[in-house]
Design a protein around this ligand. Structure first.
Ligand SMILES: [Zn+2]
Length: 331
């Protein structure tokens, strides 16, 4: 994602203003932790912070100076981005050691050097410890920006060295307005019903394709819960696919719809309610068991970056589905 070619995120105006004031006053924290909410723009803010630090124009980030132009073209020699590489879900210790070496060198352009680590909660334990060394002895002019949606996964020793900045998800209205500006009219509300107010995640999706994935997932869950569909193979297939997180979001949505239905609360938006394969009124549902399953789904999502066996964890979760739903009148 590119902070220059990408539209502004109006719900982050306050945070951008705070960083700009710190930059102008020469008191930008050497280590910043952006506590992101999923899809709310934490990485965008990290890139904006980097541009602010690298820009040597009069009112940073000017967008016109040589540093800004290099940064926006993803070619700035003193900007380093670190994230999981290839198929890995974690950031490895070798990557952080290499970063430490790069940061110990003088900046190519004689100005600031900025490293963005995202998602920082993907640092494994050794990598986090290696990072601590860099945080303890920062070279002048070096800034580290960490982006994490679950900062508690980082050691306290790392957290205590970072100034924290919070990124809140925008409201539903803000998200919808922004998505329509960026991508035009589409059933964005239905997408956000499932993935939550995460407009940057929604932006990366094809709404029609996502709609198909959601319907298929809801149908499969209904089939499993009512005993009309076999579970075998399904969990493994879902867990292996690239859209695993979206599946989990669909599972959470479906479970929440069950809980709302069982509690007699009309919690879902009209768009979602018209979707096929959502719980039927003839179902007798065990709310306590559904809540446990929902909790299990949240945990699975927060653990997705770890080395857990996704397929086994998902199968264990879905295995419990038939016991949470008694179908009063199966046709
Ligand atoms: Zn500039």
């Amino acid at each position: 994602m590119d902070s220059g070619t990408m539209a502004e995120l109006p719900w982050l105006d306050a945070q951008v203003g705070q960083l700009r004031r710190a930059r102008l006053a020469g008191r930008f924290a050497p280590a910043l932790l952006i506590h992101d909410q999923r899809g709310a723009g934490g990485l965008w803010l990290a890139h904006r912070a980097a541009q602010l630090l690298l820009c040597r124009g009069e009112s940073p980030p000017c967008g016109r100076c040589r540093d800004c132009r290099l940064f926006l073209a993803a070619q700035h020699p003193d900007f380093i981005g670190v994230g999981p590489i290839e198929d890995s879900r974690v950031i490895r210790v070798e990557q952080i050691r290499e970063l430490g070496e790069q940061l110990s060198l003088t900046a190519h352009g004689g100005g600031a050097t900025v490293a963005v680590i995202a998602p920082a909660d993907a640092l494994n334990a050794n990598a986090a410890n290696a990072l601590l060394k860099t945080l303890e002895e920062p070279r002048a002019g070096v800034s580290l920006v960490l982006v994490a949606s679950v900062p508690s996964r980082l050691p306290a020793t790392v957290l205590s060295r970072c100034q924290r900045i919070e990124v809140q998800a925008p409201t539903r209205a803000q998200s919808l307005r922004w998505l329509e500006q960026q991508r035009g009219q589409a059933p964005w509300n239905a997408v956000l019903d499932v993935i939550g107010n995460a407009p940057l995640e929604a932006m990366a999706l094809d709404p029609a394709e996502f709609g198909r994935l959601a319907s298929e997932t809801f149908a499969a869950l209904t089939g499993i819960a009512t005993g009309r569909r076999e579970l075998t193979g399904l969990a493994e297939r879902w867990a292996r696919a690239e859209d695993f997180e979206l599946r989990l979001a669909c599972i959470e949505t479906w479970l929440t719809a069950c809980i709302d239905r069982a509690a007699g609360a009309p919690g879902q938006s009209p768009e979602l309610r018209t979707g096929a394969h959502l719980p039927e009124s003839s179902w007798d549902m065990n709310i306590a068991a559904l809540l446990r399953l929902l909790q299990g789904a949240y945990e699975l999502r927060s653990l997705r970056l770890t080395s857990i066996n996704r397929s086994v964890a998902l199968e264990q979760l879905l295995w419990q589905l038939p016991r949470t739903v008694q179908v009063a009148a199966v046709s």
